[in-house]
Design a binder for this molecule. Sequence first.
Ligand SMILES: Nc1ncnc2c1ncn2[C@@H]1O[C@H](COP(=O)(O)OP(=O)(O)O)[C@@H](O)[C@H]1O
Length: 177
Amino acid sequence: MARGNNGTRRPKPNLLITGTPGTGKSTTASALAEATNLRYICVGDLVKEKNLHDGWDNEFGCHIINEDLVCDELEDVMVEGGNIVDYHGCDFFPQRWFDRVVVLRTENSILYDRLTNRGYSGTKLSNNLECELYQILLEEACDSYEEEIVTALQSNKIEDISNNVESLTEWIRTWRP
Ligand SMILES: Nc1ncnc2c1ncn2[C@@H]1O[C@H](COP(=O)(O)OP(=O)(O)O)[C@@H](O)[C@H]1O
């Protein structure tokens, strides 16, 4: 829902850019933030910087995010509006925070190359490839937000990044409080 706590519409929209790791969230979200002057929030970095986690998960090789701490940390800026949030999950954020939810999608062979270049192997690699193959993030987004605010965008080629940034910039530009 596009309404803040005071019942008025936010002056600037909040967007969530989600998708399997490697689909291009941080590349797309940071380019979009630069093009629009909105605030870029990388939840993964925030978790590390502010210790919003419950330790390290050896099996998955990542921090165990504390979702309540993350939501508390972000509440004020999200109510204010004008944020582009990047995270490979979306079901624990309050639904009212987002005006648009973008799920980036990448073909498996391309994602395989990106993730192996990043040093992923074994279970971590196969879990992420399966996550993309079974559209886990798209389903999570559709289950968590109103259908009309969720959009899946392809992120296979470099041109996809500029096209996606351009169309989202236009959407942000025409946003009216
Ligand atoms: N649409 C795309 N076309 C080509 N390369 C891409 C595309 N999106 C991302 N990449 C590359 O893939 C890698 C992972 O991108 P990144 O933005 O870090 O993904 P994420 O934030 O989803 O983990 C980076 O090297 C990036 O340059």
